[in-house]
Design a protein around this ligand. Sequence first.
Ligand code: NAD
Length: 393
Amino acid sequence: MKLTKHHSKLIVPDCLTVPFIEGDGVGKEISDVNRQVVNKAVETAYNGQRSIEWKEVFAGEKAFRETGEWLPVETLETFREYLVGIKGPLTTPVGEGIRSLNVALRQTLDLYVCLRPVRWFRGVASPIKEPQKVNMTIFRENTEDIYAGIEWAQGTPEAARVLKFLKEEMNVKNIRFEETSAFGIKPVSVEGTERLVRAAITYALENGLPAVTLVHKGNIMKFTEGGFKKWGYALAEREFEREIKEGKIVINDCIADAFLQNTLLTPEKYSVVATLNLNGDYISDQLAAMVGGIGIAPGANINYQSGHAIFEATHGTAPDIAGKNIVNPCSLILSSVMLLEYIGWKKAAELITESLSKLFINGEATLDLSRFMANGKPMGTIQFGERLTSLIN
Ligand code: NAD
């Protein structure tokens, strides 16, 4: 049965249908393990009263093989209809005129928040001394800023027209090398900022988190990044005045470069972070590296207004290790944990994270993590999945 949204509340049936895209490369390996783990957690948490019915939809190489299309319309329509879904990594097809499938999915459903929780699991090797202090949730804007992709290549008639416009109509005088410049536009809007910051503050309040930090580069880009900061504060004061006065939430801000330093020096100062697209890109990857890297970082793309959400492994298709039974399935599994939390099935989500914690403390992990653990015991993807499933009880 379908997840629906009624008066801003999600209505979750006991038997929930979740569409999934298996993904290319290592996709099948992690997707199989993921479904096995989630099924066990849901069954155990709710004594068989709740369940997930998985509905496969196609995208990427599998879709191209079967339908001749990289992203069939049916796939998009299914995600639209069922509100939530989960996906493995997709190859970006090389060729003129083919959009990134990930970008197409995000744009079609207007998934304006890229949500990246970052936490450390005891036992996982980290390049920093006190990784237990890292526990942040990043709200990265997903539709504006450089993600809009508005650019003109150097040497083209379009770049020449942009140059002419800038010089003659906008009185721009400081383009150092005019003839060899490419140009890009960075749109940042009031609405785009407000819906992102609103989602971040709401999340912090719902999860009892103390602060939302607006990360920006407003000292240099005064109207775009500076606008983000200004509109973010204004929204907070307008819509969350009472919560701020009662001390339930603190809104502060930090300049992006200082923030990256601070996350290494004093990560405990931050809990929820709201930021524009490019900053969010750097921040999420640095923070992921601080807690164990690419195989373990989950993510989701969400539209909190319509309820649409696609949860995903954040790594790529890893073609170098595909089919070798060594890929780490945790990024996708932790994305499922996010999905379960999103629909309010928190007990099932907790069962998975608790069991994962037990494995990592024991040094039981796939090779990418176990090789850096003092007590590391490398396990194959299938064996890791079976062991994790058996611990959920
Ligand atoms: P990648 O993430 O696939 O791989 C980078 C390195 O990390 C490789 O050495 C790989 O073996 C390793 N790695 C990745 N995930 C791992 C895991 N779960 N466990 C263990 N090791 C893991 O990045 P790439 O090589 O730059 O990209 C390969 C393909 O994936 C490209 O077609 C790219 O467009 C696509 N891609 C898709 C997504 C997505 O769908 N969200 C994201 C990034 C890249």
